[in-house]
Write a protein that binds this ligand. Structure first.
Ligand SMILES: *[C@@H]1O[C@H](CO)[C@@H](O)[C@H](O)[C@H]1NC(C)=O
Ligand SMILES: *[C@@H]1O[C@H](CO)[C@@H](O)[C@H](O)[C@H]1NC(C)=O
Ligand SMILES: *[C@@H]1O[C@H](CO)[C@@H](O)[C@H](O)[C@H]1NC(C)=O
Length: 451
């Protein structure tokens, strides 16, 4: 009689071998979606991020953001032809990113259309007219194939908002359905980035319908708070007493019918900054909290130079400043860190908060993790300790891969402990058929958690 334990070993060994063969990416089997904000190339000095700075072994999917909409032609257009294309001695970003697939055959590369600066109105008008939608769908297939991308990522921010119309919700679904039908013939991926706020989800998305046609839904679980609130708050709280948190967003999407195996939890590789009206000094005995009054505009970092925003690459350097030190805290409700120096506050994510988020995503059996964006991780390794000989760059991307592995292992162990160990004594008395049943269940469980 085949015992469960030797059976499991055989499965683990056999599957371990097939994963190892030919895999140039993460071995945990979950999706890791890496957005690149390609304008990061214009950042100064060591902050400048090019396609060549990417570490493709840390991602399963890469998304080149953003292309735009040409509303006269109902087609996709490059927003930066010199960076994206090869004509007129351009830098050929599209070609450089898609040729990464030759050295990293596991990698899928998509082009994103949209983003905050593209607004909503032109997309709203496009999807409202069936002939314009058809024209867009046909030209999108040509564009994606011409430049050798594997798929298209829709980043319309947001249907029904910012100049959009109430009909956007239905019309966006129709666009997605038509795109998918055309993409199927060419085996192209169709994904979308969704806003995380309940108000956005309610207005913008027919979640159940979109869940049928999209291959993955990238939940932008960040920007829950910022200087616009005029009080300090976590950029991406895991939990909170209101609806503005990661757990609420994901649970709400599932309740609305989003398939768990298509949901991808977005994690920010940046923080939000605040300026307090008065300096907060270390001398005060009580631990500072989030939620205190701040001015309406945050401070900026030297690399990203955007008020209220700071890349993790800037944050980690700041926090190492010994001459003007920061006070560092952990906010247990949001499960995120924050730092204070005089009138300045930064709320951000680090390896610990990322582990908490990843663990939640794995327990929810989501498809995986997405990041906005790889170009603000410490991709140069400038914050690493010199005496450490493990890889030094991309600390947050590495934290994600490690956290996925750890979480899956923990889940697997708790299942084996909880369900199988107590029955070990009695399993010898089980009949062959019920033994087979346990074996098949184990196969199923392992298949779900380890592959
Ligand atoms: C929308 O399209 C019009 C017409 O082409 C263009 O002038 C405008 O800049 C577009 N809007 C945005 C936000 O890009
Ligand atoms: C530390 O912070 C102070 C104040 O912002 C700044 O003047 C100084 O250059 C920083 N030092 C380093 C090593 O970054
Ligand atoms: C194993 O099963 C036998 C028979 O039912 C029982 O007497 C014994 O206490 C069990 N041992 C353990 C460790 O549970």
């Amino acid at each position: 009689m085949l015992s469960i334990w030797s059976g499991l070993c055989v499965i683990v060994i056999v599957c371990g071998c097939c994963i190892e063969a030919q895999n140039t990416g993460p071995s945990h089997g979950k999706v890791v979606v890496c957005y690149i904000g390609t304008w990061a190339v214009y950042r100064p000095a060591r902050g400048s991020f090019t396609v060549e700075n990417l570490e493709p072994s840390l991602c399963t999917h890469v998304i080149y953001a953003f292309a735009g909409l040409n509303p006269q032609e109902d087609s996709i257009k490059s927003l930066d032809p010199w960076q994206d294309l090869t004509e007129h001695y351009g830098k050929g970003g599209y070609q450089r990113i898609t040729t990464l697939k030759l050295r990293y055959p596991h990698l899928k590369v998509s082009l994103a259309i949209g983003g905050w600066n593209e607004g909503s109105k032109n997309y709203s008008q496009l999807v409202a007219e069936p002939p314009r939608r058809s024209k867009f769908v046909a030209s999108a297939v040509d564009f994606i194939r011409k430049y050798n991308f594997d798929g298209l990522d829709l980043d319309w921010e947001f249907p029904g908002k910012r100049g959009g119309a109430p009909e956007d919700k239905l019309n966006f679904l129709l666009l997605v359905k038509e795109l998918k039908s055309a993409f199927r013939k060419h085996n192209l991926l169709l994904t979308a980035a969704f806003g995380a706020g309940k108000d956005t989800i309610d207005v913008a998305y027919d979640v159940e319908g979109l869940g049928v046609y999209l291959d993955f839904i990238h939940m932008m679980c960040y920007d829950y708070h910022g200087a616009w609130d005029q009080k300090t708050g976590a950029n991406a709280p895991l939990r909170s007493s209101d609806v503005l948190n990661v757990e609420y967003t994901i649970n709400y999407m599932i309740k609305l019918g989003a398939p768990m195996h298509k949901l991808v939890l977005g994690v920010p590789l940046y923080g939000r900054t605040y300026v307090l009206p008065e300096a907060l000094h270390a001398s005060s005995k009580r631990k500072p909290k989030l939620g205190i009054v701040s001015t309406s505009v945050g401070f900026q970092g030297p690399i990203t130079r955007e008020p209220g925003f700071m890349g993790y690459n800037e944050i980690c350097l700041e926090l190492k400043n010994k001459t003007e030190p920061w006070m560092k805290f952990w906010d247990s409700e949001s499960a995120t860190p924050f730092a204070i120096r005089n009138t300045q506050v930064i709320t951000y994510d680090d390896d610990k908060s990322i582990y908490e988020k990843v663990k939640f995503a794995m327990e929810k059996k989501l498809a995986g993790i997405m990041v906005w964006s790889v170009d603000t991780d410490d991709f140069q390794g400038d914050c690493a300790n010199a005496d450490d000989d493990s890889p030094q760059n991309f600390p947050l991307m590495r934290a994600i891969d490690k956290s996925i592995e750890t979480s899956l292992e923990e889940i697997k162990n708790s299942i084996i402990k909880g369900k199988f160990t107590p029955r070990r004594n009695s399993s010898c008395r089980l009949s062959t058929s019920s033994n087979m049943l346990v074996f098949i269940t184990a196969l199923f469980v392992l298949g779900r958690y380890s592959l």
